[in-house]
Structures are given as C-alpha cells and as structure tokens.
Design a protein around this ligand. Structure first.
Ligand SMILES: *Cc1c(COP(=O)(O)O)cnc(C)c1O
Length: 396
C-alpha cells in the first residue's frame, strides 16, 4: 500500500514539471490562438473612438440572432441586467410570484427580489441539476406569473415540460441561458432549436469565463416576440425610443463596443469551443464512470450538454478531503454553489430559509466541479484524472 502510493506520487510529480499550470479556465491560451483577429478588432474600435454603440455592436447582434435562430437579440451590460430587464419588460407587479430553482447562481434569484417580486424556490432534478417540472406544478398559486428555468452547468432544463406547464397556466418563461449558450434543444414538435430561444425571453451572460465570454462584462436578451423586443430595447435605454422622450422607467445597460468586437470574433469559435469542452467531458466520463459512489454528469437526450462546468456528485466521499488532495497537487476545483439561494440571508424576509428543498441541500453538499475549458491538453487532463482516481483508490 505505502509503496504503491510512493510510486504513484513519483509518477505524478515527474509529469508535473513540464506541464502547463492547470486552471479552472485558461483564457490566456485561448486568446493566443485568436490574437491577430482580436487585436485588430479592438484596435479598430479605439482608432475610430466608437466606444458606445459602435458598428461592432450591431454586427455582433445580427450574428448572434443568426447563430441562435432568434428574431431579436438585445445586447446589454451583463447577464444580471439581462434577467432584470427581461422581468421589467413583462410588466410584473410587486407581490407577483416567480418560480425559480434555488440551486443556481445568485443573479437568477436576486433580480426577482430587487424588482419587488416574490421568488418561489423549487427543487431541481438531481440528475440534470435543473428545475424539476413536477415541483413547478406544485408551487403554482393564483399569484404565479413566471417561471425561470436555469440551464445549469450547460445542461438544458426540461423545456418541453416547462413550456407545457407555462401554457396550461398562462405563465411567462424566462430562460437563464448564461451557462448554456450554444446548446441545442429538441422540442416535442420535432424542431431543434437553441436554448435561450424557447421561452418568452432568454437571457445570457458574456462574463469572461462563460462559454462565450468577452474581456469584461457583457450580456444579451433574446426573444421572438416583437412587442417584448421593443419594450426590452426601450428599458435597456433609459425607457426611451426617441432621444430625450422617456416612456417608462428604464436603466442604462449597454454592451461596450470593444466587448462586442471581441464577441464578434469569438462567436465564430463558439461551436469549436463547445466541441472542445465536450471532448474534455467525454474523457472525464470515461475515467470516472466506474468509481462507485460518484455520479458523472447526466446527458439528457432532449439536449446537447455544452459543459460550462464538469460537475461530479460525490454520494458518500469526503468532498473536503478530495478538494484538499487536488489542491496539494495544484489542481483547482470549485463548489458551484455552496449555499443555495433559499438559505441566503438576502431572502430571509421571504421566509424561504424554512422552505424544504432536500434535493437541493443534498446536492449543495456533494457537488464538485473540475477544471474544464477549451484549452485543456491531454497531459493536464490525464494528471487530473490520475489524481482523482488516486484519491478514490486510497479512500474507498
Ligand atoms: C453568470 C451567470 C449570471 C449572471 O451573469 P453576469 O454577467 O455575471 O451578471 C446569471 N445566471 C447564471 C446561471 C450565471 O451563471
């Protein structure tokens, strides 16, 4: 036992010397591959001083509409704004209830409360990590106005079921597509569409580490509804359609031209980036499928997982010990998310900390995300796999 450990340690140590440092996301290596186009695009914005609403914004908007196959894309300042503006455009009133998973990034739920709306936290499916349609039905009241499914980690929520419930109860659907841009979804009518274009409104983020990330903050809202598109555009621009004529209370949320220029270049790579992430995920799957008590990511057959994160569920292993073991070997790992929304103090006024969400709590204590990005080489990944496997060999 001791000898085996020593040999394994030696092998790993030796490989590490020549290996590029492992990161959760490697944006520098990614930039180096597209450097000439990115540098030229940024220079062009600066040389023309087209910092606000420059031509790259319109070009990127049109490109993204084509890519997503959606009628309207409205770029904005970040993904959180996208969600806020989407909810403002639906004309919701204080006290209206919005059904959302608790197991998500805080931005999804935060904007609900910010607008004086009431978040109603429901369970997720423990396989997909996304909102559980049965839980939605059970949470609907006369005050329910909208559902916000989140395509967590790049796995689409069960949108066929969500849309059916929404139609039956006349509810709006806002998709939080911040982690799943590029994912395909098979509708029950046989059509294949992009996530974020299925509900009334889809919201996304171009935060640098997202699957389509810019070099700062950015976001976008999309819809196939002309009337909603007009309202969204107006709200994102101080509530005006005509300069200095303000029809509704809005905000100032724009995508910088420099960010749009970066995104115009990177959108052309998005499908390649998705493929690269899926290849990394497939290698992890193969390596970890046989470890007992470890749940590898589920691939729903109605969608294409785009692996914003590669997240394992450790049914009984000591997560802290695994994280420590990885850290000792210079491998980063993350817990997305350590505290579910319904347990956050910010929602104490809604009494949501007493909401019983056992699956969410269970997942929160057991998930761990490993490095996954477009630039991971096989040597790095083999090292991560060996290190994880060694932990289970010594702890099971
Ligand atoms: C990143 C993210 C957001 C917010 O995006 P920002 O651009 O950081 O404001 C919202 N929802 C989810 C699920 C996210 O991952």
């Amino acid at each position: 036992m001791k000898g085996g450990q020593l040999i394994a340690f030696f092998m790993i140590k030796k490989r590490e010397d020549s290996m590029k440092k492992i990161q959760m996301v490697d944006l520098v290596s990614q930039y180096e591959k597209i450097k000439p186009s990115i540098d030229m695009a940024i220079q062009d914005v600066i040389q023309h001083a087209h910092f606000i609403n420059g031509p790259a914004v319109g070009r990127f908007q049109a490109d993204l509409q084509t890519y997503l196959g959606v009628k309207h894309v409205i770029p904005c300042a970040n993904g959180t704004d996208a969600l806020q503006i989407a909810m403002m455009a639906l004309g919701l009133k204080p006290g209206d209830e919005i059904i959302t998973p608790s197991f998500t990034y805080i931005a999804t739920t935060e904007v609900i409360a910010l607008l004086g709306l009431t978040p109603v936290f429901v369970e997720v499916d423990p396989r997909t990590f996304c909102i559980d349609p049965t839980a939605i039905e059970a949470a609907i009241t006369t005050k329910t106005k909208a559902i916000v499914p989140v395509h967590l980690y790049g796995q689409a929520a069960n949108m066929n079921a969500v849309m059916e419930i929404a139609e039956k109860h006349q509810l709006f659907v806002i998709e939080d597509n911040a982690q799943a841009i590029g994912s395909d979804y098979h509708l029950s009518n046989g059509k294949k569409v992009k996530t974020g274009t299925i509900g009334d409104i889809g919201c996304t983020s171009f935060f640098p580490s997202k699957n389509l990330g810019c070099y700062g903050d950015g976001g976008a809202i999309c819809t196939n509804n002309d009337d909603l598109a007009r309202k969204i555009k107006m709200i994102a621009n101080h509530g005006q359609q005509q300069k200095y004529v303000h029809e509704v209370v809005g905000c100032n949320s724009r995508l910088d031209t420099i960010q749009a220029a970066v995104l115009e270049v990177k959108l052309r790579q998005l499908d390649n980036y998705v493929d690269a992430r899926r290849e990394v995920a497939a290698r992890y799957d193969e390596a970890f499928a046989g470890i007992s008590g470890v749940q590898i990511p589920f691939r729903a057959d109605d969608s294409k997982h785009v692996f914003h994160q590669y997240t394992l569920v450790l049914e009984n292993a000591n997560r802290n010990a695994l994280q420590e073991h990885l850290t000792e070997n210079d491998i980063p790992s993350m817990i997305y998310y350590p505290i579910p929304a319904h347990k956050q103090k910010m929602f104490a006024a809604f009494g949501s900390h007493t909401t019983d969400l056992p699956i969410t709590d269970w997942l929160t204590e057991r998930v761990i995300s490993l490095p996954i990005h477009t630039e991971m080489d096989e040597e790095q990944q083999e090292f991560i796999i060996d290190t994880v496997k060694m932990f289970f060999a010594n702890n099971n």
